[in-house]
Design a protein around this ligand. Sequence first.
Ligand code: NAP
Length: 301
Amino acid sequence: MTAKIIDGKALSHKLRQDFKREADELRLRGINPGLAVILVGDNPASRVYVGNKVRACEECGVHSSSHVLPVDTSEAELLQLIAKLNADDTVHGILVQLPMPAHIDVRRVLEAIDVDKDVDGFHLYNVGALATGNTIFPPCTPYGVQLLLETTGIDVAGQNAVIVGASNIVGKPMALMLLQKEATVTVCHAKTRDLAQHTILADILIVAAGKPGLIVPQMVRRGAVVIDVGINRLPDGRIVGDVDFEGVKKKASWITPVPGGVGPMTVTMLIKNTLSSAHRRGGEGAGIGSMGWDAPTVQGH
Ligand code: NAP
């Protein structure tokens, strides 16, 4: 068996074309969708991520503003900027690029973002709404994974979904989303004993640990769907995921590559959430729970 490739780059491209049309339609109604991105410090990886987000906005006709602040910016200054952007009607989404410098309390910063502009979905209200199955801004990476899974045509309900990684931004929200879709969900983490004993049972295996080569073929059930969220730079400069792609693709039914799988989808879903926010500002829906995290669909893509 050789797995079919789940092409995140192609799906992303298609969705971005749709989003460009959606942004044009919003403008015709007098709403110019806008995203504000805040970066504190000069972490090289963060700069790349912010650049990707700004470029995706340009591609989709979404207005963007970047606020690049020096590494010694105080928490109070950062909170002031967020308050200004919260009050700015031309801004529909606010994203604070993580990680933040150590002197800043990330939780306090994320809580300061207007819940209606929290397009990363990290505000406690949105996290809580996700737990009850009706958030307005699903976190972008698991949201992208959800759409990639839909392209396989496999119904998640009743499947054994095993997630390796339990972070707040990937593993935990992914578990909640799959539970909402009626999968049977197992979440593994660094303290999980005998990881393979869990992964081998997965119909759907989602890996987000940040450990290259963590998942080898012996750990994967024949015919499983494997989604590799990991992004790791090897000493020779190559970017790889957490899954031994060449080995595992001989056992899986579907697999995402790295790069070109989950990565492009994460940025694309940020645009999706920004457009959702702009629609809501235009009067379509109000308050948490009005749209639901699975509002868009990729049927036919
Ligand atoms: P993180 O905050 O470091 O969390 C890693 C998770 O993996 C933790 O829950 C950790 O367990 C678990 N883990 C670590 N080693 C493990 C092992 N040997 N066995 C089982 N579980 C293990 O990382 P993250 O932010 O979630 O990101 C994870 C990976 O995804 C990274 O490579 C990151 O670059 C990538 N990522 C990609 C995208 C994308 O768009 N493609 C987006 C976000 C992240 P503990 O909780 O016990 O420590």
